[in-house]
Design a protein around this ligand. Structure first.
Ligand code: BGC
Ligand code: ZN
Length: 360
């Protein structure tokens, strides 16, 4: 079958014919890949910047791709799925040793011995077909269809949001009417993750601002209007950024979010999501004093549980009707498998999410 492979440590991604000899047995499912999304992690792997990527044991290459969407072709015994069902596979598989992994919370693996499809130690989904364990597959609701390719990136956002709400139980954080209507979230970055954070916060009643160091492009303008958040171009100054209870960084650039900390309210949260910005900045005592005096929590968050995938899918179904056409607009480019490397390397202006179509 055709697959996009990378050789960890080297640059580039190529389309190759491979044979992995995977069999459908008990608890296993054979899947036909429909769509796979491309994200910054793929870019990090293909440009050689992501140091932790590695091939599965016994292989000198890795099949790329972790934002999968596939159709069930064949099921083994004990599988509660049927031919034709659409599914999204979870990315991380646990170490099998720590308590978190034993209860399906490998996103909080304690040993670090987990593997991640298409990223480290496990072949990913950029291939025509694959066999997977049924317990790692999340069934797509009928009404969602192909938009479910957006589930994986959103699952990471769901996890981060759920953590935030959990951490904020440290004080009374709900507003007088019990909602989050008096709370403000500012999101740094307007890529797919920034947009999803904005939608999740809006859906939960927050007042939302998305910032970038440029004007919004046409699609971003449309999304911000439909979803109902403000977009602030911070290259013109920070005056229009409201005082915030939560600041989420999706950029990985300290220079993009550290200056915003002066807008942080007491008992606020700095949620860090972006990586590999490749910048250096200093932590200075005034900043430490501010974190202490203001009870600021800093949350770093990665990956997601199966439950976060399920919650993400439910929200996608809601947004599909509520945000009329916006999810479709977020998929700014659909490419063929042979165009993968170019699609990963060119970060086009105005593009949000590129997906590879493997099959219809
Ligand atoms: C993926 C996560 C993964 C993380 C780090 C992200 O792009 O969506 O599932 O845990 O990269 O490897
Ligand atoms: Zn990703």
């Amino acid at each position: 079958m055709k697959a996009i492979i990378v050789r960890p440590g080297e640059k580039g991604a190529v389309l190759k014919d491979i044979d992995l000899k995977e069999n459908v047995g008990e608890n296993k499912v054979k899947l036909r890949t429909l769509r796979v999304g491309i994200c910054g992690t793929d870019r990090g792997i293909v440009t050689g910047k992501l140091s932790f990527t590695r091939a599965p044991e016994g292989f000198n290459y890795l099949v790329l791709g972790h934002e999968g969407l596939a159709r069930v072709e064949e099921v083994g015994e004990n599988v509660n799925l049927k031919e034709g069902d659409l599914v999204v596979p979870v990315v991380r598989r646990g170490c099998g040793k720590c308590s978190n992994c034993k209860i399906g919370r490998q996103d909080f693996c304690e040993t670090g011995e987990f593997i991640e499809a298409g990223i480290r130690g496990k072949h990913g989904f950029m291939r025509e077909e694959f066999v997977d364990d049924a317990k790692y597959l999340v069934k797509v609701p009928r009404d969602l269809g192909e938009l479910a390719v957006l589930t994986e990136p959103l699952s990471n956002v769901m996890k981060a949001y759920n953590e935030l709400v959990f951490v904020q139980k440290r004080s009374v954080w709900n507003c007088e009417d019990s909602t989050f209507g008096c709370r403000r979230a500012t999101i740094v970055g307007s890529g797919p993750i920034g947009q999803f954070f904005a939608m999740v916060f809006k859906t939960n009643g927050f007042d939302v601002t998305v910032v970038n160091r440029r004007e919004p492009n046409q699609i971003e303008e449309k999304i911000s209007k439909t979803v109902g958040y403000s977009f602030v171009d911070t290259s013109k100054g920070l005056e229009d950024v409201p005082d915030s209870d939560v600041i989420v960084d999706t950029s990985g650039y300290p220079s993009a979010f550290i200056p915003l900390l002066k807008k942080m309210k007491r008992n606020g949260v700095l949620l860090l999501f972006g990586t590999v910005g490749g910048e250096k900045d200093e932590i200075y005592s005034d900043l430490i004093t501010f974190f202490v005096e203001y009870n600021i929590s800093v949350i770093g968050s990665v990956n997601a549980s199966k439950l976060d995938f399920e919650q993400g899918m439910t929200l996608l179904s809601v947004w599909k009707t509520r945000y009329n056409g916006v999810l479709q607009d977020m998929i700014t480019k659909i490419v063929k498998p042979e165009e993968t490397q170019d699609a990963i390397l060119e970060k086009q202006k105005g593009s949000i999410k590129t997906v590879i179509e493997w099959s219809k």
